[in-house]
Ligand binder design. Structure first.
Ligand SMILES: Cc1ncc(COP(=O)(O)O)c(C=O)c1O
Length: 463
């Protein structure tokens, strides 16, 4: 069977459209001899029957394994001290916050709501960091009052706001300063200077003055600099370049006082499709350690404690979204050269409300039929959602067995990060449940939204 000319260049015709690529699927995903896919030992049909679809299914051991591997890789690469913050914006629930804290990770929150979830999980507030380019006064007050370990200052005006809250609570608040290093990596574009044109952080050139201002406040303790250069980054070069730029500044700031830490942010890439080549986190940790120690030697300063804030690389690969096929349509598409080919639209019972990334970032995903295997010839499909938007696409292009039919279950892997957390109620769809699977058992950790939930905030209902 030849490739469909409508297929993008990176997508090859599969030898076996039933195969689960281990680089993209959770570690606990298997296709059993009967053709049914199990996730951590739980058959997908059982999951769909018990919890309904669409459904986020989170392989607990996968997420915990990746968290521990990253923690250990950085501990080994930076023997002088390192810390890993789990970036809760990728996906945060009370249970997941607890897992991460139990695995020895700190947690990075980016709003009062995320802070509330981490506190509800019983995470020691001293292990939390608060981010945000526009934290509200109540958010700052709550964080300071709760005793969060550090607040990342993102603008000059926040220096006084956080100092004032610390004064009110009678404490000294640890702070970091977010720097816009000018390195904003998006795969190969990490040196694009235009990336300085963005809302986060303060320019490197202003930092010495801002840190002096922080140090003038006895209610604030300056821990160090922070940078986050972007997301879904595959190479360590951008992180290395940011580390170099920040360490120059870090060394200069030591003249005015202690600078114990350097935070290099998150953004490490994951494989969404078989075409994505991912660098192991141990390699990234080693390369970063080489850059940081080399640079510190050159500058004649001790290696600071290095912190990172990964979200996607911990939780992203752990989760698949399970959908049921509703309708199927073959559409004859005429190409630029006048030739035509068929694209099969397979519509599922979710869409951009549970995964907005394809619409938001033109993100690509893979898909497999998971309730059965099939020897039918593979056909190019586009998996569409059920929303009233033609851009409501879940998987732009992949191959499925040609006998895929209504009622089949499809699974889209690598949906653990920025899917549930960006989910919406568009078209009044309730947000799906999140189910954790482990050792052959499944339990909901976030329940599905019901119609009652959706109506409960609407004050127009008559008594
Ligand atoms: C400041 C900061 N830290 C960490 C992260 C986590 O990034 P990722 O989930 O790609 O690792 C983000 C993501 O936007 C961020 O803005």
């Amino acid at each position: 069977m030849s490739a469909n000319p409508l297929a993008p260049g990176w997508l090859s015709h599969p030898e076996d459209a039933n195969a689960l690529d281990a680089r993209v699927w959770p570690r606990g995903a298997r296709r059993d001899d009967d053709g049914v896919v199990t996730l951590a030992g739980v058959p997908v049909g059982d999951l769909a029957r018990e919890f309904g679809t669409p459904l986020y299914v989170l392989d607990e051991a996968d997420a915990l394994g990746r968290a521990a591997e990253i923690r250990d890789a950085f501990a080994a690469a930076f023997p002088g001290g390192s810390s890993v913050y789990y970036a809760g914006k990728a996906f945060l629930s009370i249970e997941v916050a607890r897992w991460m804290a139990d695995a020895g990770l700190n947690i990075d929150v980016a709003s009062g709501g995320e802070l509330a979830v981490a506190l509800a999980a019983g995470v020691d507030p001293s292990r939390l960091g608060l981010h945000g380019n526009n934290k509200s006064l109540p958010e700052i007050d709550r964080a300071v009052g709760a005793g969060v370990g550090a607040i990342v200052l993102d603008s000059v005006v926040e220096v006084e706001r956080v100092a004032e809250a610390a004064r009110r609570h009678g404490i000294v608040q640890n702070v970091r300063l977010r720097i816009n290093s000018g390195v904003h990596a998006s795969t190969h574009e990490y040196l694009a200077t235009a990336r300085e044109d963005q809302k986060f952080g303060i320019p490197i050139s202003d930092a010495v003055e801002v840190v002096a201002g922080i140090r003038d406040h006895p209610e604030l303790r300056f821990l160090g600099l922070h940078s986050h250069i972007g997301s879904q980054i595959f190479e360590s070069a951008g992180f290395g370049e940011a580390a170099r730029r920040l360490l120059e500044l870090h060394a200069a700031l030591r003249a005015g006082g202690d600078v114990p830490e350097l935070n290099l942010g998150g953004g490490f890439g994951i494989a969404y499709t078989s075409a994505d080549e991912v660098v192991p986190m141990a390699t990234i940790a080693d390369e970063l350690a080489r850059v940081v120690t080399g640079e510190c030697e050159r500058l004649g300063i001790p290696v600071p404690k290095v912190a990172i804030e990964p979200g996607r690389v911990i939780i992203g690969p752990s989760t698949v979204t399970l959908y049921e096929v509703g309708t199927i349509k073959d559409v004859l598409v005429t190409g630029d050269n006048g030739g035509s080919a068929v694209r099969r639209y397979v519509s599922v019972d979710g869409g951009m409300s549970d995964n907005v990334r394809p619409a938001l970032y033109a993100a690509d995903y893979a898909v497999r039929m998971v309730n059965r295997s099939s020897d039918a010839d593979a056909v190019l499909v586009r998996v569409a959602g059920k929303h009233c938007e033609s851009g409501d696409i879940v998987v732009r292009a992949d191959y499925l067995p040609g006998d895929v039919r209504p009622g089949d279950l499809l699974a889209v892997p690598a949906t653990g990060a920025y899917c549930w957390s960006l989910a919406s109620n568009y078209n009044y769809l309730g947000r799906p449940a999140v189910v954790a699977v482990k050792d052959g058992a499944a339990r909901a950790i976030v329940r599905r939204e019901t119609e009652d939930d959706l109506l409960s905030r609407d004050l127009g209902a008559r008594a």
